[in-house]
Write a new protein. Structure first.
Length: 278
């Protein structure tokens, strides 16, 4: 009897060991549907301004920057001539290839315009009264053969401005009109639309130059007069008059002091020579 009990107990232990050694079943999770592909960014260099405008019209700045795969080279707030603020983003450089975006400054910073060449940039500048940055070299590559150059001196800043007159047209101004582009160094400073605006600009600059020249002349005259007076004072001889005594020559040729009080006679000191004085 005990032999059967021991045999049953060993069988039970063997079954328990087998159950512990058996591997646990794996949990398999099945997912249905198509796998999502990586986001395809948009390269600004593959599209012109019209294509980019069509693509991003009505979108905000955050959406545009997320969709564009390129890295911007400028991102800042600029002000229009009327004081209105815009967000400006540039890809590339002013003197090379570029794509320039203009957004409203207020949230959600809605897309306003895009420029891909100098003609686009000037059109956006004139329409919205902004300055997206224009290189003189980039300007001349397109307009040098049609522009007339005039140099204007600004004495207050000691700078010379290069002013190009152009019978200008764009998509917003189909009728040619005289337009003046003022450059300070290699960068666009002002755009003057019409002969009246240019005349007012040059008149104001000329008046400021004349006023400054007058001030400089008056200051120079004052310096010269002060210097002349100083020289005359240095060159003026010291005139002496004889009060009393003098040599026979002094008495014969030197002028006599009128109503002059003679100097008191010298009184010998009563202190013995060599006595230290406190």
């Amino acid at each position: 009897m005990s032999r059967w009990i021991i045999a049953g107990f060993l069988s039970f232990l063997a079954l328990g060991a087998t159950a512990q050694a058996a591997p646990e079943p794996e949990i398999v999770i099945e997912m249905h549907g198509e796998s999502s592909s990586p986001r395809q960014g948009i390269s600004v260099w593959n599209k012109n301004a019209r294509q980019l405008t069509r693509l991003f019209r009505g979108k905000d700045k955050t959406y545009v920057l997320y969709q564009v795969e390129n890295v911007s080279s400028a991102d800042r707030i600029i002000r229009a001539q009327n004081g209105k603020r815009y967000a400006y983003v540039r890809y590339g450089s002013d003197d090379g290839d570029y794509r320039k975006f203009l957004f409203k400054a207020q949230d959600p910073q809605t897309f306003v315009a895009c420029a891909a060449d100098i003609a686009d940039v000037l059109a956006v500048n004139l329409k919205y009264g902004v300055n997206l940055g224009v290189s003189q070299r980039d300007f001349l590559r397109t307009y040098e053969s049609r522009a007339t150059l005039t140099n204007l001196l600004d004495k207050a800043t000691n700078k010379t401005y290069s002013v190009y007159r152009l019978e200008y047209t764009d998509v917003n101004h189909p009728t040619p009109a005289p337009t003046y582009f003022v450059f300070e160094g290699d960068s666009l400073k002002d755009i003057l639309s019409g002969e009246k605006a240019f005349t007012e600009y040059t008149t104001k600059l000329s008046q400021a130059n004349k006023a400054l020249a007058k001030q400089e002349k008056e200051a120079q005259t004052a310096r010269e007069q002060a210097g002349q007076q100083a020289r005359q004072k240095q060159q003026r001889p010291t005139r002496k008059a004889l009060v009393s005594g003098g040599t026979a020559t002094d008495q014969a040729y030197m002028p006599r002091a009128v109503n002059a009080t003679p100097l008191p006679a010298l009184t010998p000191s009563k202190i013995p020579a060599g006595t230290p004085l406190n």
